[in-house]
Ligand binder design. Structure first.
Ligand code: COA
Ligand code: MG
Length: 300
């Protein structure tokens, strides 16, 4: 039976936000072990310095592009006076994805998609959406649906700083009152085959708190976490990578289904547990991700 696994998965365990305005931070990018970089033109850049930030990316992004990591540009929101020039930059440098902040309606995605399509931007340039407003989260399902068929929408990224400000939910370890909204976003993303990335954790000196939130994010089904500081990369890479037990289990499931007597069966027994073919698909996805991470280790 064919597997549904068709594309090589890309790891998004650790996506570091780097203010485009900060040359020292940009200098560090090639040495960092994060799976992707979010070059930020939005919240971390003062309005008077947006032009300078764009110019820095126009000059430097091509040279920062050669190591196979995902390059994402976060632009300013579409209602701002900066978005048009930000989109021009995206068209010029063609990152792997453009991240739209404060997405509230399917039309926000469709507007950017139309802009990229009419400019002849290759379909590989994806759209990612920040889910960080009350309206955005209420509309998450309809927004996610714009990724169906040949839509460019590929991932949601949670933004808790904006969402806490708007909703007035207080920041607390465990995020108890936010979990229902976070899970709503995870569900909407998965319903339409999107990736979904957990929010930044502001207190970058609090290692234990950060690790706990990474573990929680992993259990909630997120693919990885948006980061603000290089000290957060290793813990995120560990937390969102498949564990040794998960890898061993996936290998055992793949081996069990590869046996001849399992050929025409959808359900088999492994070590006293019921295993279905859907577990095989999940095991194959996990092993493909492990392979990508292994290949990365051997890259120069
Ligand atoms: N990317 C790359 N390098 C970074 C970095 C980042 N996000 N954050 C810090 N660094 C570098 C610093 O440049 C510094 O190197 P240097 O001494 O050679 O300049 C080193 O790591 C240590 O930094 P540190 O002194 O611990 O932190 P800081 O006070 O300089 O910066 C922040 C703290 C929070 C301002 C900074 O981490 C930052 O700007 N983070 C991203 C913010 C952001 O993108 N916000 C929008 C999304 S929520
Ligand atoms: Mg924000």
């Amino acid at each position: 039976m064919p597997s549904t696994l068709s594309l090589t998965p890309r790891p998004y365990r650790s996506l570091l936000s780097v203010p485009a305005i900060n040359p020292r931070a940009l200098d560090k990018v090639p040495q960092l072990a994060c799976d992707g970089v979010i070059f930020d033109l939005e919240d971390s850049v003062f309005p008077e310095r947006k032009d300078e930030a764009r110019e820095a990316l126009r000059e430097r992004l091509p040279a920062l592009a050669r190591d196979g990591r995902t390059r994402i540009i976060r632009i300013n929101d579409l209602s701002s006076p900066f978005a048009a020039a930000d989109l021009d930059l995206v068209l010029a440098v063609r990152p792997d994805a453009v991240l739209l902040p404060k997405v509230e309606r399917p039309q926000d995605i469709l507007f950017v998609q139309e802009r990229l399509d009419t400019a002849g931007c290759p379909p590989e340039v994806a759209i990612w959406a920040m889910m960080e407003t009350a309206r955005g989260i209420l509309e998450a399902g309809a927004i996610a649906a714009t990724g169906d068929r040949a839509g460019r929408l590929q991932a949601f990224v949670i933004g808790l700083n904006d969402l806490r400000k708007e909703s007035r939910v207080l920041p607390r370890p465990g995020r108890a009152f936010l979990v229902p909204w976070l899970m709503q976003v995870v569900l909407a993303a998965r319903a339409h085959g999107l990736c979904v990335i957990d929010s930044v954790f502001n207190d970058f000196r609090d290692e234990d708190g950060f690790e706990a939130e990474c573990r929680q994010g992993r259990e909630m089904g997120f693919d990885g976490k948006m980061l603000i500081h290089p000290v957060q990369i290793d813990a995120a890479n560990r937390a969102f990578a498949p564990s040794a037990e998960e890898i061993a289990d996936a290998k055992a499931i793949a081996a069990a289904f590869a046996r001849q007597e399992a050929e025409d069966r959808n359900v088999i027994t492994l070590d006293g547990r019921m295993i279905e073919r859907l577990h095989l698909e999940e095991a194959e996805r996990l092993l493909a991700l492990v392979q990508v991470l292994e290949n990365r280790k051997t890259m120069p």
